[in-house]
Design a protein around this ligand. Structure first.
Ligand code: PAF
Length: 283
Protein backbone atom coordinates (compact mmCIF):
# COMPACT_ATOMS: atom_id res chain seq x y z
CA UNK A 1 0.00 0.00 0.00
CA UNK A 2 1.28 3.44 -0.96
CA UNK A 3 0.74 6.27 1.56
CA UNK A 4 0.72 9.89 0.42
CA UNK A 5 -0.24 13.21 1.93
CA UNK A 6 0.72 15.56 -0.88
CA UNK A 7 -2.17 16.62 -3.18
CA UNK A 8 -0.07 16.33 -6.38
CA UNK A 9 1.17 12.85 -5.45
CA UNK A 10 -2.46 11.87 -4.78
CA UNK A 11 -3.66 13.23 -8.17
CA UNK A 12 -0.79 11.55 -10.00
CA UNK A 13 -1.28 8.16 -8.35
CA UNK A 14 -5.00 8.23 -9.23
CA UNK A 15 -4.25 9.31 -12.82
CA UNK A 16 -1.58 6.59 -13.17
CA UNK A 17 -4.06 3.93 -12.01
CA UNK A 18 -6.61 5.15 -14.59
CA UNK A 19 -3.92 5.09 -17.29
CA UNK A 20 -3.20 1.46 -16.39
CA UNK A 21 -6.88 0.81 -17.14
CA UNK A 22 -7.97 0.51 -13.49
CA UNK A 23 -11.31 1.77 -12.22
CA UNK A 24 -10.67 4.03 -9.27
CA UNK A 25 -12.87 3.48 -6.19
CA UNK A 26 -12.82 6.12 -3.46
CA UNK A 27 -13.46 5.26 0.18
CA UNK A 28 -13.62 8.61 2.01
CA UNK A 29 -13.18 8.38 5.80
CA UNK A 30 -12.25 10.40 8.83
CA UNK A 31 -10.18 7.51 10.23
CA UNK A 32 -10.76 5.63 13.51
CA UNK A 33 -11.45 2.74 11.16
CA UNK A 34 -13.84 -0.02 12.19
CA UNK A 35 -15.68 -2.92 10.54
CA UNK A 36 -18.07 -0.45 8.88
CA UNK A 37 -15.15 1.04 6.93
CA UNK A 38 -13.84 -2.47 6.19
CA UNK A 39 -17.12 -3.23 4.42
CA UNK A 40 -16.67 -0.17 2.16
CA UNK A 41 -13.17 -1.31 1.16
CA UNK A 42 -14.41 -4.87 0.56
CA UNK A 43 -17.22 -3.57 -1.65
CA UNK A 44 -14.64 -1.64 -3.70
CA UNK A 45 -12.30 -4.62 -3.92
CA UNK A 46 -15.17 -6.94 -4.93
CA UNK A 47 -15.76 -4.67 -7.91
CA UNK A 48 -12.07 -4.83 -8.83
CA UNK A 49 -11.38 -1.15 -8.11
CA UNK A 50 -8.01 0.44 -7.45
CA UNK A 51 -8.95 1.47 -3.92
CA UNK A 52 -8.07 4.94 -2.71
CA UNK A 53 -8.92 5.55 0.93
CA UNK A 54 -8.74 9.07 2.29
CA UNK A 55 -8.37 9.81 5.99
CA UNK A 56 -9.10 13.42 6.80
CA UNK A 57 -10.87 14.72 9.90
CA UNK A 58 -12.62 17.59 8.16
CA UNK A 59 -13.03 20.45 10.65
CA UNK A 60 -15.50 22.26 8.39
CA UNK A 61 -18.18 19.64 9.06
CA UNK A 62 -17.97 19.96 12.88
CA UNK A 63 -20.25 22.68 14.18
CA UNK A 64 -19.18 21.85 17.77
CA UNK A 65 -15.46 22.42 18.53
CA UNK A 66 -15.65 19.99 21.49
CA UNK A 67 -16.91 17.26 19.15
CA UNK A 68 -13.98 17.93 16.79
CA UNK A 69 -11.48 17.80 19.69
CA UNK A 70 -13.00 14.55 20.99
CA UNK A 71 -13.10 12.86 17.58
CA UNK A 72 -10.91 9.72 17.87
CA UNK A 73 -7.63 9.76 15.94
CA UNK A 74 -5.77 6.46 15.51
CA UNK A 75 -3.38 6.97 12.56
CA UNK A 76 -1.02 4.02 13.18
CA UNK A 77 -3.75 1.40 13.61
CA UNK A 78 -5.68 2.92 10.69
CA UNK A 79 -2.64 2.54 8.41
CA UNK A 80 -2.15 -1.10 9.43
CA UNK A 81 -5.86 -1.83 8.98
CA UNK A 82 -6.01 -0.19 5.55
CA UNK A 83 -2.95 -2.16 4.41
CA UNK A 84 -4.41 -5.45 5.68
CA UNK A 85 -7.68 -4.73 3.86
CA UNK A 86 -5.87 -4.27 0.56
CA UNK A 87 -6.23 -0.51 0.11
CA UNK A 88 -3.99 0.47 -2.82
CA UNK A 89 -3.44 4.13 -1.97
CA UNK A 90 -3.94 5.69 1.45
CA UNK A 91 -4.21 9.47 1.37
CA UNK A 92 -3.63 11.44 4.57
CA UNK A 93 -3.79 15.09 3.53
CA UNK A 94 -2.94 17.77 6.06
CA UNK A 95 -5.35 20.52 7.08
CA UNK A 96 -3.02 23.09 5.48
CA UNK A 97 -3.26 21.29 2.15
CA UNK A 98 -7.01 20.71 2.19
CA UNK A 99 -8.13 24.04 3.65
CA UNK A 100 -5.19 26.49 3.55
CA UNK A 101 -7.32 29.38 4.83
CA UNK A 102 -8.75 27.48 7.83
CA UNK A 103 -10.13 28.63 10.29
CA UNK A 104 -11.15 31.48 7.98
CA UNK A 105 -14.09 30.49 5.80
CA UNK A 106 -13.35 29.10 2.36
CA UNK A 107 -14.65 31.21 -0.55
CA UNK A 108 -16.23 28.31 -2.43
CA UNK A 109 -18.62 25.97 -0.65
CA UNK A 110 -21.17 23.43 -1.84
CA UNK A 111 -24.66 23.70 -0.41
CA UNK A 112 -27.26 21.06 -1.21
CA UNK A 113 -30.55 22.80 -0.48
CA UNK A 114 -33.75 21.46 1.05
CA UNK A 115 -32.78 17.95 2.11
CA UNK A 116 -30.04 19.17 4.47
CA UNK A 117 -32.09 21.61 6.55
CA UNK A 118 -33.90 19.08 8.77
CA UNK A 119 -32.89 15.89 10.66
CA UNK A 120 -29.10 16.20 11.33
CA UNK A 121 -29.08 19.62 9.63
CA UNK A 122 -31.50 21.10 12.19
CA UNK A 123 -29.12 20.58 15.12
CA UNK A 124 -25.80 20.84 13.28
CA UNK A 125 -25.70 24.13 11.36
CA UNK A 126 -23.10 24.10 8.58
CA UNK A 127 -22.43 20.37 8.94
CA UNK A 128 -23.71 19.32 5.52
CA UNK A 129 -22.08 22.26 3.72
CA UNK A 130 -18.81 21.06 5.26
CA UNK A 131 -19.43 17.48 4.13
CA UNK A 132 -20.59 18.43 0.61
CA UNK A 133 -17.63 20.77 0.13
CA UNK A 134 -15.02 18.26 1.25
CA UNK A 135 -16.60 15.38 -0.72
CA UNK A 136 -16.65 17.56 -3.87
CA UNK A 137 -12.97 18.31 -3.28
CA UNK A 138 -12.14 14.63 -2.69
CA UNK A 139 -13.93 13.80 -5.97
CA UNK A 140 -12.02 16.55 -7.81
CA UNK A 141 -8.64 15.37 -6.48
CA UNK A 142 -9.28 11.64 -6.97
CA UNK A 143 -11.42 11.41 -10.12
CA UNK A 144 -13.08 8.17 -8.95
CA UNK A 145 -15.45 6.10 -11.09
CA UNK A 146 -17.12 4.92 -7.88
CA UNK A 147 -17.34 6.23 -4.32
CA UNK A 148 -18.43 4.17 -1.34
CA UNK A 149 -20.61 5.51 1.47
CA UNK A 150 -22.22 3.74 4.43
CA UNK A 151 -25.99 3.77 4.85
CA UNK A 152 -25.49 4.60 8.51
CA UNK A 153 -25.10 8.28 7.57
CA UNK A 154 -28.22 8.06 5.46
CA UNK A 155 -28.81 11.79 5.09
CA UNK A 156 -25.18 12.25 4.01
CA UNK A 157 -25.57 9.48 1.44
CA UNK A 158 -28.78 11.00 0.01
CA UNK A 159 -27.13 14.44 -0.08
CA UNK A 160 -24.03 13.13 -1.91
CA UNK A 161 -26.28 11.42 -4.49
CA UNK A 162 -28.14 14.71 -5.03
CA UNK A 163 -24.87 16.63 -5.34
CA UNK A 164 -23.54 14.12 -7.91
CA UNK A 165 -26.74 14.54 -9.97
CA UNK A 166 -26.85 18.32 -9.70
CA UNK A 167 -23.14 18.98 -10.38
CA UNK A 168 -22.74 16.22 -12.99
CA UNK A 169 -19.91 14.29 -11.30
CA UNK A 170 -19.22 11.10 -13.29
CA UNK A 171 -19.16 9.10 -10.07
CA UNK A 172 -21.30 6.09 -9.18
CA UNK A 173 -22.26 6.37 -5.53
CA UNK A 174 -22.29 2.90 -3.98
CA UNK A 175 -24.32 2.55 -0.76
CA UNK A 176 -23.10 -0.08 1.71
CA UNK A 177 -25.39 -1.54 4.41
CA UNK A 178 -24.99 -0.59 8.08
CA UNK A 179 -22.60 -2.87 9.97
CA UNK A 180 -23.80 -3.74 13.49
CA UNK A 181 -22.41 -5.30 16.66
CA UNK A 182 -24.01 -8.64 17.58
CA UNK A 183 -26.48 -6.86 19.86
CA UNK A 184 -27.55 -4.50 17.07
CA UNK A 185 -25.57 -1.33 17.90
CA UNK A 186 -24.60 0.37 14.63
CA UNK A 187 -20.82 0.72 14.36
CA UNK A 188 -19.61 4.29 14.74
CA UNK A 189 -16.26 5.89 15.51
CA UNK A 190 -18.13 7.72 18.30
CA UNK A 191 -19.07 4.49 20.15
CA UNK A 192 -15.68 4.44 21.91
CA UNK A 193 -16.82 7.51 23.88
CA UNK A 194 -19.75 5.61 25.50
CA UNK A 195 -19.57 4.32 29.08
CA UNK A 196 -20.64 0.71 29.77
CA UNK A 197 -24.08 1.88 30.93
CA UNK A 198 -24.26 4.38 28.06
CA UNK A 199 -23.59 1.63 25.55
CA UNK A 200 -26.61 -0.27 26.93
CA UNK A 201 -28.80 2.85 26.60
CA UNK A 202 -27.46 3.38 23.06
CA UNK A 203 -29.07 0.08 22.04
CA UNK A 204 -32.33 2.07 22.15
CA UNK A 205 -31.47 3.47 18.70
CA UNK A 206 -31.12 0.14 16.88
CA UNK A 207 -34.12 -1.24 18.77
CA UNK A 208 -36.20 1.78 17.77
CA UNK A 209 -35.55 1.38 14.04
CA UNK A 210 -35.93 -2.41 14.31
CA UNK A 211 -39.32 -1.87 15.95
CA UNK A 212 -40.34 0.43 13.07
CA UNK A 213 -39.16 -2.12 10.50
CA UNK A 214 -40.91 -5.02 12.25
CA UNK A 215 -44.48 -4.16 11.27
CA UNK A 216 -45.95 -1.82 8.62
CA UNK A 217 -48.01 1.12 9.92
CA UNK A 218 -48.67 4.79 9.14
CA UNK A 219 -45.77 7.24 9.38
CA UNK A 220 -47.19 8.73 12.63
CA UNK A 221 -47.49 5.33 14.26
CA UNK A 222 -43.91 4.45 13.29
CA UNK A 223 -42.64 7.79 14.65
CA UNK A 224 -44.46 7.20 17.96
CA UNK A 225 -43.23 3.61 18.14
CA UNK A 226 -39.59 4.69 17.69
CA UNK A 227 -39.87 7.58 20.15
CA UNK A 228 -41.36 5.22 22.75
CA UNK A 229 -38.44 2.77 22.42
CA UNK A 230 -35.84 5.57 22.54
CA UNK A 231 -37.35 7.21 25.64
CA UNK A 232 -37.75 3.88 27.44
CA UNK A 233 -34.05 3.16 26.80
CA UNK A 234 -33.00 6.54 28.23
CA UNK A 235 -31.86 8.14 24.96
CA UNK A 236 -32.18 11.95 24.83
CA UNK A 237 -34.17 12.03 21.58
CA UNK A 238 -33.26 14.49 18.79
CA UNK A 239 -35.68 13.06 16.21
CA UNK A 240 -37.56 9.94 15.16
CA UNK A 241 -38.66 10.48 11.56
CA UNK A 242 -39.90 8.58 8.51
CA UNK A 243 -38.88 9.99 5.12
CA UNK A 244 -38.75 9.35 1.40
CA UNK A 245 -35.35 7.64 0.85
CA UNK A 246 -34.36 9.88 -2.10
CA UNK A 247 -35.75 13.36 -1.32
CA UNK A 248 -35.79 12.86 2.49
CA UNK A 249 -39.21 14.55 2.55
CA UNK A 250 -41.13 13.51 5.73
CA UNK A 251 -43.84 10.95 4.95
CA UNK A 252 -47.56 11.58 5.36
CA UNK A 253 -50.01 9.16 6.94
CA UNK A 254 -51.76 8.64 3.60
CA UNK A 255 -48.58 7.23 1.98
CA UNK A 256 -47.76 3.54 1.48
CA UNK A 257 -44.58 1.77 0.34
CA UNK A 258 -40.90 1.57 1.28
CA UNK A 259 -39.53 4.51 3.24
CA UNK A 260 -36.58 5.19 5.57
CA UNK A 261 -36.94 5.50 9.34
CA UNK A 262 -34.22 7.62 10.96
CA UNK A 263 -33.45 8.30 14.61
CA UNK A 264 -30.91 10.44 16.44
CA UNK A 265 -30.24 11.10 20.09
CA UNK A 266 -27.65 11.72 22.75
CA UNK A 267 -26.23 9.18 25.18
CA UNK A 268 -23.44 10.19 27.60
CA UNK A 269 -23.38 13.48 25.66
CA UNK A 270 -22.48 11.60 22.46
CA UNK A 271 -24.72 12.14 19.44
CA UNK A 272 -25.71 8.85 17.80
CA UNK A 273 -27.79 8.02 14.72
CA UNK A 274 -29.37 4.94 13.16
CA UNK A 275 -31.86 4.10 10.41
CA UNK A 276 -33.66 1.28 8.64
CA UNK A 277 -35.80 0.52 5.63
CA UNK A 278 -39.49 0.39 6.65
CA UNK A 279 -42.87 -0.29 5.05
CA UNK A 280 -45.61 2.31 5.32
CA UNK A 281 -49.25 1.29 5.33
CA UNK A 282 -51.29 4.38 4.47
CA UNK A 283 -54.54 5.10 6.32
O1 PAF B 1 -18.69 9.94 6.66
C1 PAF B 1 -17.59 10.47 6.89
O2 PAF B 1 -16.68 9.86 7.47
C2 PAF B 1 -17.34 11.91 6.44
O3 PAF B 1 -18.50 12.67 6.54
C3 PAF B 1 -16.73 12.00 5.03
C4 PAF B 1 -17.68 11.46 3.98
C5 PAF B 1 -15.41 11.25 4.99
C6 PAF B 1 -16.46 13.48 4.69
O4 PAF B 1 -15.57 14.05 5.59
Amino acid sequence: MEVVSDLDAWRHAAAAARQRGRTVGLVPTMGALHAGHDSLVRAARDRGDYVIMTIFVNPRQFNDPADLRAYPRTPETDRARAAALGVDLLVEPSLEQMWPAYPAPVATTVHVGGMTEHLEGADRPGHFDGVASVVAKLFALTGPARAYFGEKDFQQLAMVRQMVTDLGFAVEVVACPIVREEDGLALSSRNVRLSGAGRQRALGLSRAVAAAAAQPATASVLRQRMRGVLEAAGVEVAYAEVVDPVSLRPSRDTESGRRRALVAGRVDGVRLIDNADVELEGE
